[in-house]
Design a protein around this ligand. Sequence first.
Ligand code: 13P
Length: 252
Amino acid sequence: MRTKIVAGNWKMNNDLKESKSLTKKIIKSIKKTALKNTRVIIAPTFVNIERVAKKAKGTKVEVAAQNMHFEKSGAFTGEVSAEMIKAVGSKIVILGHSERRQYFGETDEMLAKKVNTALANKMEVIFCFGEVLDERKANNHFKVVESQLKNALFHLEAKDFKNIILAYEPVWAIGTGETASPEQAQEIHAFIRKILTDKYDEATAESISILYGGSVKPANAKEIFSKQDVDGGLIGGAALNKDDFKAIIDAI
Ligand code: 13P
């Protein structure tokens, strides 16, 4: 059975005090919840990872970073390496988020390097991809998604996918209140599994958790998660509120 995952991407929100407080609340809220085959991950900003990870240690909550550089060290002002992230207590990293691609110029080529570095460091990757509105309108979303996966991931071997979580996030649904319909999510998730089967094999494709992200809320989570190929969600706005995040976890 594929692992279900609810991951909260806090983006550039929550200072240290808020991060500690929200972490504490999330840990408490799921303490008595039987998380059958489900992982709960939160991704604070770099500067708060260490304190959040300390609070989360030994609990049901895991901690991820939101980005990472592909080099080990060097003259890369403002960047953070895999080793640095691991040293403060996180072994999971979100890569390829559309905000990184859109505002910080991340390319498939850079992402391929980042993925390699993360895997070489035995980190798990939550790999994000998805089309923008014009691409969806032009019915190009399948092509776009395929090329994003191909360019950044398809140099990997099948066994590497044990440490990859996919997150389909249509850019037009992020922070807009507009969600892909459960059918749209299912359609593309099934397509992703098909191209993984074609490139690798069915067992590999069937074992990978594919999350949906984009305006997931307590009100729509259950329906989206009910789809066969949707294995959970990458949550932005609703992950900043402990009740909403808990309700989304309960919906899985
Ligand atoms: P929203 O849930 O705020 O739309 O954000 C989704 C997202 O970008 C998660 O990475």
